[in-house]
Ligand binder design. Structure first.
Ligand code: CA
Length: 447
């Protein structure tokens, strides 16, 4: 650069700097059209009854509860499978996992050519295409080979483990990865996920971000830190005490994430989802009351979960929403919140919930919801539920409005209703494919 061009460059820069603040409308528009950050928080194997807003008395969950209190709690919130990996496949794609063969868990530590089908596009990839910074912290469980790992599926950053479960104390188990590199970790795992999630927000607070925070708490192995065990010295049942301590560590971690958002002034710019990936299993000390059944079953206790959403200033606060929703809705809701268009070519099963929550649409978001997990099936249409689950002889019919605990089979009294729900399920099932790998379709504690 010669002296003249240097001078001109300086002069132009100076004038631009002067003019910058004068361009008010453009600046103002950029302020108001900021795309919201999106945070999806997933608990693992939580009991339906084990959050304060569902009436839990012995384990305070103030931070999870705060999402419901500042947002919307869904009283009929579902996941599309009763098991870890299938549910996550549905979450990441907005499609029933049965559409692409992800009916069962691909094993506790998936290796080889097994994982979330490469024909599918993840929420992370879709948000990245809309200009988002995408990061994941936690349990993946959608494949361990290079082509299946989070950083190959739309996440720009990743900290966590790839399998279905992991010890909580350092030095044991499969590797913890940062990106694709195994790293040493010295903290209790839930605390490490907390640290990484808060750091991700700090690092990206100036740009629209998507954070998928998938805790493995409160999945087995049941391992709690002393700090939290002491908090529950009053609980005499050892299993329940450990579960409570692990829940409380997760709740505190969620509290740290929410506090970081407030500190960064981002609470009104952030859409937050919280769900459990499936119902509580029999083995971890969780409780699903008043629901029947547990994880790995298509009873309500396997598939109906704590489900809440917060977007301060945009969505109503402290409301409940009673129409059935499902975790498949998280993808289209997020894409819509981000200002993206949903193409029919994506063949989504989930729907954008925003117009329903803002009162612009008054009908139910779904005409019916469906489940297939091996020989176990379920369909919910309105208040009616037709189910064949572990332990049931044939298909049973319940009215969930009157009988949330699925205690009174009405199939003999309402054969026409049985036919109607079965026909809806059969129609849905026509677009499914056979499972991509074997699974028992029944409870197996270790998965
Ligand atoms: Ca799970």
């Amino acid at each position: 650069m010669n002296r003249l061009s240097q001078f001109l460059w300086c002069a132009v820069s100076f004038l631009c700097a002067l003019a910058g603040p004068l361009v008010v409308p453009e600046g103002a528009q950029a302020q108001t059209s900021r795309k919201p950050n999106i945070i999806v928080i997933v608990g693992d194997d939580m009991g339906y009854a084990d959050v304060g807003v569902h009436g839990c008395k012995d384990i305070p969950t103030p931070h999870i509860d705060s999402i419901a209190k500042k947002g919307i709690r869904f009283t009929s919130g579902y996941v599309s499978g009763p098991y870890c990996s299938p549910t996550r496949a549905g979450l990441m794609t907005g499609r029933y996992q049965n559409r692409f063969g992800h009916e069962f868990n691909p094993g506790p530590q998936p290796k080889g050519d097994v994982g979330l089908s490469l024909t599918e596009t993840t929420l992370a990839a879709r948000l990245r295409a809309l200009g988002y910074v995408t990061g994941m912290v936690g349990k993946w469980h959608l494949g361990g080979d290079a082509k299946y790992v989070p950083t190959a599926r739309g996440f720009q950053s990743y900290f966590g483990f790839l399998g279905g479960a992991h010890p909580y104390f350092p030095g044991k188990g499969a590797p913890i990865f940062r990106g694709t590199k195994a790293v040493d970790e010295s903290e209790y795992l839930t605390d490490a996920f907390r640290r990484e999630a808060v750091r991700f927000i700090e690092d990206h607070k100036k740009e629209p971000f998507f954070l998928y925070l998938a805790f493995n708490a409160v999945h087995t192995p049941m391992q709690a830190s002393d700090k939290y065990l002491k908090r529950f010295a009053n609980i005499k049942d050892e299993k329940r005490q450990k579960y409570a301590a692990m829940m409380s560590a997760m709740d505190d971690a969620i509290g740290a994430v929410l506090a970081k958002l407030r500190e960064a002034g981002l609470e009104e710019d952030t859409l937050i989802f919280f769900i459990s990936d499936n119902g509580g299993p029999a083995i971890n000390g969780s409780r699903n009351t008043p629901l029947r059944g547990v994880k790995a079953t298509t009873w309500e206790g396997g598939i109906r979960v704590p489900w809440m959403m917060q977007w301060k200033g945009r969505l109503p606060a402290g409301k409940t929403y009673d129409e059935p929703v499902i975790q498949l809705d998280i993808l289209p809701t997020s894409i819509s919140a981000a200002g993206g268009e949903i193409s029919p070519n994506w063949k989504l099963d989930g729907v954008n919930l925003l117009p329903f929550l803002e009162g612009k649409k008054t009908e139910a978001p779904h005409s019916a919801l469906f489940w297939r997990f091996g020989a176990q099936t379920a369909v919910r249409k309105g208040d009616w539920n037709l189910v064949q689950a572990n332990g049931s002889k044939g298909k049973l019919l319940f009215n969930l409005r009157d009988d949330i605990g699925q205690t009174k089979d009405l199939s003999a009294a309402h054969p026409e209703r049985v036919r109607e729900l079965q026909a809806a399920w059969d129609e849905w099932n026509k677009s499914n494919v056979p499972p991509g790998w074997k699974g028992k379709g029944k409870a197996k504690a270790e998965d």
